[in-house]
Design a protein around this ligand. Structure first.
Ligand code: NAD
Length: 507
């Protein structure tokens, strides 16, 4: 790991702020421990209020320059950033895996998502289209155009330490915005590493400071950003608890927010499903990233005719799971992020039992050789009811709830019967069921899949969810529009003033 850290510019003690050139910070020092082996990776000095002020001022000045750079030229900078990521993919992927605890394959996958969104954004930089409308008035032309917003504040969660930042920045940059990133303090080194990479691109192109800024900082600085009228858009990824604070604070000053919050994702397994091909996807959705994906599968809604069969197959599949060091490709399940997450996992298990649930695959914390960090837990399965309080709540750990249904209508009602609305899926070969699930009276989630699981979205689609998941959309499709302001322009090229709606005003 020493070589990886060196290649990414990580020292024993790092400054957690950057405006795109040097690093600085005047706040406290935090330590980043790996959940993989419990060892200290490195320390980071965080931002205090005066660092925050400096960063916002530099970013404000940078915006005045960046907004006037032609969008395809901004795209060229993003292209170069994507190229740098290609060169650093293995190192950054390894750091993501070691600091966050996801498998090395998933760490690489996260960096690949960054590369993909850069490619996507380069294309979009030539397609920031507005519409042209026909004016109702003679000799008038009417059209709309999209302008950049200004500073985009990005608050990110620990479980996607690098990709979510880049989903936002790649689009924001080509749109002409500048970005200020407050990453999760649980994975600060990934953020510092990303900024070293950005700073190289900024230097090579002689860019003004402030187009990409970093503020490793506590939640209080995130809150300050939410209250700051100089930050027109805050894109926040995290729990519903934090999203509630962010959403309210940004709305109170009429700012805009993109909220990407918790999920409580279900798969419906129909009696028409092809179980042979579906089981691996279902198990990966539930235990992959140790259940720490916003799109992790938390509930299985199984048709009563195949319930016992699926249950037995799941018990069997879980017996084969190998838990251990995520950097070792032979292991299926790595650690939770920290001991607080382990505590939440144990509390949730107790609550399932207290509410009448029955574990068919029991949970527990692993101890001994290879599990010294104290963060490795057993993926578990409980038979539970959808209306249990604990089932209605997102526990960020590998706990899977299973339940029965009779009719497709009942299954959809169960699937929708939680406060969150991120991802959903149905396994069926029955066309009527599939279309019912995808129809307006089907899944109420932002993502609805057929014959694939709830996790693992592609960057080409708009990503996000409804209800308490926050309603935000990021990444593909026309998500770029959230990073711009729309302006409608009407031009009179005639010799008469004509009022709209036929209004007469003679003077
Ligand atoms: P979290 O809510 O604890 O923290 C998220 C971020 O918010 C961190 O950077 C944190 O420092 C910051 N924060 C904390 N208090 C704040 C405040 N008062 N004001 C502003 N910012 C504040 O989440 P986490 O534990 O890092 O991540 C897990 C959660 O994120 C899960 O609920 C998961 O579902 C969700 N998530 C959602 C998506 C999505 O796209 N919907 C993606 C990834 C993660």
């Amino acid at each position: 790991m020493e070589k990886v850290l060196k290649a990414l510019g990580i020292k024993d003690i790092n400054d957690g702020c950057s405006t795109g050139k040097n690093f600085f910070a005047s706040g406290d020092i935090i330590e980043s421990y790996s959940p993989v082996d419990g060892k200290l990776i490195a320390k980071v000095k965080v931002a205090n209020e005066s660092d925050y002020e400096k960063v916002i001022q530099v970013a404000s000045e940078a915006f005045k320059v960046w907004r006037n750079v032609p969008a395809p030229k901004r795209g060229e900078i993003v292209r170069q950033f994507g190229e740098k990521l290609r060169a650093k993919k293995e190192d950054l992927g390894r750091l993501v895996s070691y600091e966050m605890g996801k498998s090395y394959q998933e760490g690489l996958g996260e960096v690949q998502e960054m590369i993909d969104i850069c490619d996507f954004a380069v294309g979009v930089s030539r397609q920031l289209y507005g519409l042209t409308m026909h004016s109702e008035r003679e000799n008038h032309r009417m059209y709309e155009q999209w302008h950049p917003l200004g500073i985009v504040g990005i608050i990110s969660a620990f479980n996607f330490p690098v990709a979510v930042w880049n989903w936002n920045t790649a689009l924001a940059w080509i749109c002409g915005d500048v970005c200020v990133w407050k990453p999760s303090s649980k994975v600060p080194l990934c953020a510092v590493a990303c900024h070293h990479i950005w700073n190289e691109v900024a230097a090579a192109n002689d860019l003004p400071e402030g187009i990409s800024c970093l503020l490793v900082s506590p939640g209080s600085i995130g809150e300050k950003m939410c209250e700051d009228g100089r930050v027109p858009l805050v894109s926040a990824t995290g729990s519903t608890r934090v999203g509630r604070i962010v959403g309210a604070k940004v709305a109170a000053r009429f700012g805009r927010s993109i909220l990407e919050l918790g999920g409580n994702n279900a798969i419906i397994i129909s009696n028409h499903a092809d179980l042979q091909t579906s089981l691996p996807g279902i198990v990966f959705g539930a235990v992959g990233t140790a259940g720490q994906r916003c799109t992790s599968t938390r509930r299985l809604i199984i048709h009563e005719d195949i319930y016992d069969d699926v249950k037995n197959k799941l018990i069997n599949a879980y017996k084969q799971l190998v838990i251990g060091d995520p950097l070792n490709e032979k292991n299926h399940v790595g650690p939770l992020i920290d001991k607080n997450a382990v505590k939440d996992y144990l509390t949730s298990i107790e609550r399932v039992i207290a509410e009448g649930g029955k574990f068919i695959v029991p949970g527990g914390v692993l101890e001994g050789k290879g599990y010294e960090s104290g963060c490795y837990v057993k993926p578990c399965i409980a038979e539970a009811k959808n209306d249990f309080e604990i089932v209605q709540h997102e526990t960020f750990a590998p706990i899977l709830y299973i339940m029965k249904y009779k009719t497709i209508e009942e299954a959809i009602e169960l699937q929708n019967g939680v406060p969150q609305g991120l991802s959903s899926s149905i396994y069926t070969l029955n066309m009527r069921e599939m279309e019912r699930f995808l129809s307006a009276s089907g899944s109420d989630c932002g993502i609805a899949n057929v014959n694939i699981g709830t996790s693992g979205a592609e960057i080409g689609g708009a990503f996000g969810g409804e209800k308490e998941t926050g309603g935000g959309r990021e990444s593909g499709s026309d998500s770029w529009k959230a990073y711009m302001r729309r302006q409608t322009n009407t031009i009179n090229y005639g010799t008469k003033l004509t009022l709209a709606q036929g209004i007469k005003f003679d003077i």
